[in-house]
Design a protein around this ligand. Structure first.
Ligand SMILES: [Zn+2]
Length: 332
């Protein structure tokens, strides 16, 4: 087991972040009439609890819908959850809106009165982070990869714009809450008789992927390093992802919880399917590049017979070919 490793400058980031949270918390006490943005941190007990299942003793997960964010699903499209120790609770991803975060918080309160001490984000994508603000008044450490804050900042404008466009008023109160505690390599968090091992990865789904290994149950919460039945989405590196898949297989955890798709399936088969899709993409894009095909030709031909294997294929597959082409053309 490796201990906490903090980079230089993390303490400063942490104190800055917590100052911001104190401000939000204080404002929520009296300023909601004037500043609706801050109301997400205000009375939270009214939220209906998000449905969760107890996958292992003390490990609860919510199954997101296999879809893109829409008004019908309210942005509830990622698997998110929490782990309960004897001292406190760690949340792992918070959902696509402040409202979903409040519902997750309400679900925690149906299980335990213990404080939320950590809110962990597995990566930058909106469906995993926009519920963070619902936990601001709990003053947790917000935990993420050392590369998360910059990735969030550089995407903030587009994430906010798309969220408001797709969800309208359902996005109200949703803001990005950056990490106050960052991980580069590995870090151990103890919830009281419950040790979590956090780990960052070679750029794969994104450049800020982080997993959580729950020692007590032998469960790896993989975030979007594992997609089950839903098509993997490359927003980082296909080659890096293939390396990470090999490393995850070598870890050989008892259980892996995916970021999207069914929570409780044999992970070996799911990881193999994801690996086969990415390997096929890399192989076919390299062949297209050798033949001098343009990106458009590659997008129009590669991997179309994978359609029957994956949900959301029509939305993400062409983007994946584009991403792989952009990555691999530099090999030539
Ligand atoms: Zn993602």
């Amino acid at each position: 087991m490796r201990g906490i490793r903090m980079k230089e400058g993390d303490a400063e980031v942490a104190s800055r972040g917590r100052g911001w949270l104190r401000m939000v918390g204080a404002l929520s006490c009296y300023a909601c009439f004037a500043l609706p943005l801050h109301c997400a941190a205000a009375p939270q007990d009214a939220a209906q609890p998000l449905p969760v299942v107890q996958l292992e003793p003390g490990l609860y997960m919510h199954r997101g819908q296999d879809d893109v964010a829409t008004r019908a699903n309210g942005g509830d499209i990622a698997n998110i959850g929490f782990i309960v120790g004897s001292r406190c609770v760690a949340v792992i991803d918070t959902g696509g809106t402040a409202a979903e975060g409040r519902a997750l918080r309400a679900a925690i309160r149906t299980v335990t009165p213990l404080p939320v001490c950590y809110v962990i984000n597995t990566h930058m994508h909106p469906d995993h982070i926009f519920g963070n603000v619902a936990f601001a008044a709990d003053y947790p450490q917000f935990v993420g990869s050392a590369t998360l804050a910059e990735a969030e900042a550089s995407h903030e404008e587009s994430y906010m714009r798309v969220l408001k466009r797709e969800l309208g008023a359902l996005a109200d109160g949703s803001v990005i809450v950056p990490p106050t505690l960052t991980v580069s390599g590995s870090m151990t968090l103890d919830l009281g008789h419950r040790v979590l091992r956090l780990q960052t990865w070679k750029t794969a789904h994104t450049n800020n992927d982080l997993t959580v290994y729950d020692e007590a149950s032998g469960t790896l919460i993989a975030g979007d390093l594992l997609f089950v039945q839903c098509i993997p989405v490359i927003d980082g590196s296909a080659l890096g992802w293939l390396d990470d898949i090999a490393a995850i297989r070598a870890m050989n955890p008892r259980r892996i919880v995916p970021g999207h798709g069914p929570l409780d399936v044999p992970w070996q088969r799911a990881l193999a399917a994801e690996q086969a899709y990415l390997a096929r993409l890399v192989h076919d894009v390299r062949a297209a590049l050798r033949q001098g095909q343009t990106m458009q030709q590659a997008v129009d031909t590669i991997g179309l017979d994978e359609r029957g294997k994956w949900r959301l294929f029509d939305i993400y597959h062409r983007r994946n070919v584009t991403a792989a082409y952009a990555e691999l053309e530099w090999e030539q």
